[in-house]
Write a protein that binds this ligand. Structure first.
Ligand code: GDP
Ligand code: MG
Length: 163
């Protein structure tokens, strides 16, 4: 069985763009509109020696109680349940939000391997802007740029090497 990576994070942080990078397809719907990808979406991927399955998800609102957000949260919980490792994507440019804190709290309780990734980090100086993400209590922050294909290979290594 190939390891399963679930991409989790609030809408618009670049999960679908990362999914496309990891699977080298344009299958995921990349939207300029928050929350368009509402269903789980699976793809096969290969980077170097690693072969894996990726699950893209819609944006996650852990405490959503109604409508589409409740459904998105359910889909995401199911994706996380199926995953061997969770990649939690935050926005290096947008900074931390209350939603990020809620998701982090959920993931910390889960006790599954979780990699914290700051996307949209192209052209940013290492360090300074990423320090705030340590607040999430998930350890090291890995800067990547899904759109520009930066940091993808090392992300896969970090996510799958310990499995
Ligand atoms: P999702 O809602 O988390 O799936 O986010 P999407 O993949 O749909 O991307 C949301 C927006 O962020 C789109 O306009 C993307 O082009 C943009 N985006 C995604 N990755 C990057 C990146 O690495 N850098 C920058 N600058 N923009 C990105
Ligand atoms: Mg999406």
């Amino acid at each position: 069985m190939k390891p399963v990576i679930a991409l989790v994070g609030r809408p618009n942080v670049g999960k679908s763009t990362l999914f496309n990078r990891l699977t080298k397809t344009r299958d995921a719907i990349v939207a300029d509109f928050a929350g368009l990808t509402r269903d789980r979406h699976y793809g096969n991927g290969k980077q170097g020696k690693h072969e894996y399955i990726v699950i893209d998800t819609g944006g996650f609102e852990p405490d959503a109680t109604s409508g589409i957000y409740k459904e998105m949260a359910k889909q995401t919980r199911q994706a996380v349940a199926e995953a061997d490792v969770v990649v939690f994507v935050v926005d290096a440019r947008g900074g931390l939000s209350a939603q990020d804190h809620d998701i982090a709290k959920y993931l910390r309780k889960l006790g599954k391997p979780c990699i914290l990734v700051a996307n949209k980090a192209e052209g940013m100086k290492e360090g300074a802007q990423l320090v705030e993400f340590f607040e999430l209590g998930l350890g090291e922050v890995f800067p990547i740029s899904a759109a520009h294909g930066q940091g993808i290979r090392s992300l896969v290594d970090v996510a799958l090497e310990p499995l």
